[in-house]
Design a protein around this ligand. Structure first.
Ligand code: GDP
Ligand code: IMO
Ligand code: MG
Length: 420
């Protein structure tokens, strides 16, 4: 069976830490979508590591890791990540596998991402500029180069054809950038990639399942950034919700068992787009400071606000969430009062549904106020020692979203997690 761990908000919920924590229970950890726009932070022997494309099970010797066909893969970032992982004594040739159907990000994808954002001006998405949108466009436009193509003698011809197509688009954008240095790095990284384990991802994973192995699918981004159901167009270009697991790995829906959703105890977003509970005051600033809310991939300050239960209930519904992990609860340790958004007021009416016009609608969040716990929770190991105010906060959220919070994470380290 396959379990899934994915983000329920706008990304950076702490998926990397949670996957790393659960990894010892699994034989295979697989990424099914996204690419180097993701930044998943883990602590290995007290050292911070940020993974972008390699699944977060890589530091566990008993797991194998698969980059699935639904991912868009940048060989340059991958090579750098492999070097980092190797510095911890991990042999990626032993426990990393890449689907031959994974789409490849080429240097002109990154240039196109930049050109497109520049053209959008004030309404830019706030993309990580890693080439994600253009790479997925080439996938659905049926022009992409896939990892398996790198092994073919036609690869260079295919690459030149794609580059020419991109050049025409860049000319239309009047965008000029010298990509020769990127290209040099790209071809070097392609040679490296060719030495890794390239497999048929769908047979790989289905064979593992047939052998009775346990698989964990690791989501990137968050459900509110899903291409279909997120705050479009301020979204990423893949299906980040649980449905993406089937197409992103080549497994059938019947194989999916637990869908574990990760949410922060508050909320953040990086990049543009609507964020109804965003705080532009000193409370938002305090959340950013306490939570060290700066992007793991781009270093940008994250926008911060209260937890949004309208959005959370929506993403629990979309994903079929069976268990929730609440992360960064410790970040709220010193807040006297906490707000929880229970509805959106739009034109004088309260709704508990995400409106289609979310980008063009003025939303006033309806809040329920809770007392903070004003206790350092970072050393707590057992649910019975949680402050009462935290239990009240958690129970209310449980009831509202209709999915059980089973774990609370109370610090960035692997062992800082409490089972409820
Ligand atoms: P991901 O993209 O969902 O994997 O999350 P990121 O790694 O981008 O961002 C989460 C950040 O919060 C990282 O810096 C983590 O080290 C940190 N983190 C994860 N869980 C906790 C927690 O429970 N408490 C605190 N204080 N930090 C956490
Ligand atoms: P992880 O996996 C937070 C955001 C970008 C931008 C929008 C589109 O670490 O949670 P893209 O680069 O995909 O064109 O950007 O999505 N975004 C993320 N925000 N965490 C991420 O990944 C993100 N990946 C993309 O900031 O608003
Ligand atoms: Mg992240």
């Amino acid at each position: 069976m396959i379990d899934v761990i994915l983000g329920l908000q706008w990304g950076d919920e702490g998926k990397g830490k949670i996957v790393d924590f659960f990894a010892p229970n699994y034989d295979v950890i697989a990424r099914f979508q996204g690419g180097p726009n993701a930044g998943h932070t883990l602590y290995v022997n007290d050292k911070k590591v940020v993974l972008h494309q390699i699944p977060s099970g890589i530091f566990h010797q008993n797991c194998v890791n698969l980059i699935g066909n639904g991912v868009v893969l940048d060989p340059v970032t991958l090579k750098r990540e492999c070097d980092t992982v190797a510095s911890f004594g991990i042999d990626v040739r032993k426990n990393l596998f890449i689907s031959e159907k994974t789409n490849v990000i080429v240097p002109t994808h990154r240039a196109l991402d930049k050109a497109s954002e520049l053209q959008k001006g004030d309404s830019k998405i706030g993309s990580t500029l890693k080439g994600i949108g253009p790479a997925y466009m080439d996938k659905t436009g049926r022009n992409a180069i896939r990892v398996g193509d790198l092994l073919s003698k036609n690869f260079t011809t295919q690459y030149i054809k794609l580059r020419l197509k991109h050049q025409k688009l860049l000319d239309n954008f009047h965008f000029i950038e010298d990509i020769s240095a990127w290209e040099e790095e790209f071809f070097e990284a392609v040679e490296f990639l060719k030495t890794l384990n390239i497999v048929s991802g769908e047979y790989f994973i289905n064979n593992k399942l047939a052998e009775g192995k346990k698989v964990l699918a690791e989501g990137a981004q968050g459900s509110m950034l899903d291409i279909d159901f997120g705050t479009f167009p301020f979204v990423t270009s893949s299906n980040t919700i649980s449905a993406g697991v089937c197409t992103g790995l080549g497994v059938s829906p019947q194989k999916i068992n637990d869908v574990i959703g990760v949410t922060k105890a508050y909320c953040t977003r990086v990049g543009g787009g609507p964020f109804p509970t965003e705080l532009h005051d000193e409370v938002g600033e305090a959340l950013r400071k306490q939570g060290n809310e700066f992007g793991a991939t781009t270093g940008r300050p994250r926008r911060c606000g209260w937890i949004d239960l309208v959005a959370l209930k929506y993403t629990c519904m979309l994903n079929g969430i069976t268990k929730v992990v609440m992360t960064k609860a410790d970040v709220l340790d010193s807040f006297k009062e906490l707000n929880v958004c229970t509805g959106y007021e739009i034109n004088g009416k309260i709704t508990q549904e995400i409106p289609f016009e979310i980008n063009r609608t003025i939303i006033t969040p309806e809040y329920k106020l809770f007392n903070g716990w004003n206790t350092d929770t970072t050393a707590i190991k057992n649910a019975t020692n949680l402050p009462n105010e935290m239990s009240v906060y958690i129970n209310f959220i449980n009831q509202f979203i209709g999915a059980p919070i089973k774990y609370v994470s109370n610090g960035p380290a692997r062992e800082q997690i409490i089972s409820l």
